[in-house]
Design a binder for this molecule. Sequence first.
Ligand SMILES: Cc1cc2nc3c(=O)[nH]c(=O)nc-3n(C[C@H](O)[C@H](O)[C@H](O)COP(=O)(O)OP(=O)(O)OC[C@H]3O[C@@H](n4cnc5c(N)ncnc54)[C@H](O)[C@@H]3O)c2cc1C
Length: 366
Amino acid sequence: MTDHLIVGGGIIGLLTARYLRQAGAGVTLLERRQVGRESSWAGGGILSPLYPWRYAAPVNALARWSQPRYRALAEELQADTGIDPEWIQSGLLVLDPDETPRATAWAEKAGARLDIIDRDTLARIEPAVGAHADGGLLFPEFAQVRNPCLLKALRRDVQARGVRIRESAEVSHLLHENGRIRGVATADGGHIAAERVIIACGAWSASLLRELGQAIDIAPVRGQMLLYRGEPGLLKHIVLHRGHYAIPRRDGRLLFGSTMEDVGFDKTVTEQARQELERAAQVLIPALAEVPLERHWAGLRPASPNGIPYIGAHPRIEGLYINAGHFRNGVVMAPASAHLLADLVLGRRPILDPAPFALDTHASAA
Ligand SMILES: Cc1cc2nc3c(=O)[nH]c(=O)nc-3n(C[C@H](O)[C@H](O)[C@H](O)COP(=O)(O)OP(=O)(O)OC[C@H]3O[C@@H](n4cnc5c(N)ncnc54)[C@H](O)[C@@H]3O)c2cc1C
């Protein structure tokens, strides 16, 4: 029997495994396909909510706890695994001047640095941006990671620490008896006993809990992304304009995203989305018209009400926990979410007030 069984090998499951293992717990992680290939792979790796002032306080609480810890996490992972998660403090440049009053008020309250940039400064610091832009809001402290590299590093790290990873192991249902979790059943007919089970299945989390009569509101929202094969230096900052964003990677590749589509568990990419994203990308950065498009993909965000994840114990089944529903901000919120869940599982003093994330109080916290 394993003490802790984590179901789902995205960033949330992997980081939860890491914190539990660091505390000396025995951990097994089950992943239905391959570790780190779903939403956590498909996302952009921006280490901030896109417009933080539009989000509920619990989302910002998780993001603000995680942000200052990401650099050290990336450095530690690189030193221990040889894989660089490419933490870069590229700053977030918001080219939506009408957001200035709310952004300024939020930054002041949150203690985040914000520079108001005029047209000339913008042309100097980010010359690739289209001439239509009339200045912007620069958050110079905000950073990014290259999420596929982060996931590879995390996988190698947790394995080296002794976490057992089983891939192609889909959990079909939970095993419980007399109000206590006993383990899980897998789609191939196997049973795995465990003292504690943690559901970290991203967009797929609701179905495992539904059979327990526990309705949790997590649904897939498709996001399509484009990847350009640019030259280093084309863009220096993460740039956000009317909901679209461009993320420059260190090697010159540039991500452009994304769509928000309510189409169920369908990860197909569409020609219509490609054309819309290409058009928006070329308005924002005209030089992209000459840059080859390398790839186009889609991922499923685990959408919860107001984007507030469920983090905590199941109210009726002892030993069953959930850490899911991170919607658009799962990468930036992951360290805090995983640490908080580990605190609750291990009975430690929690890093943040867990009440807004609890399964039974979640709806009222929004
Ligand atoms: C286009 C796009 C852009 C994004 N950009 C950003 C961004 O810039 N910054 C940011 O912070 N966030 C971003 N996000 C959101 C972020 O990617 C997600 O919130 C986060 O990855 C969720 O992580 P997760 O581990 O919960 O889910 P996932 O990464 O989806 O992992 C869940 C895992 O559980 C497995 N699983 C499911 N069911 C079972 C089962 N029954 N048995 C076993 N395993 C199972 C799945 O196969 C999967 O590997 C973006 C998302 C998308 C799609």
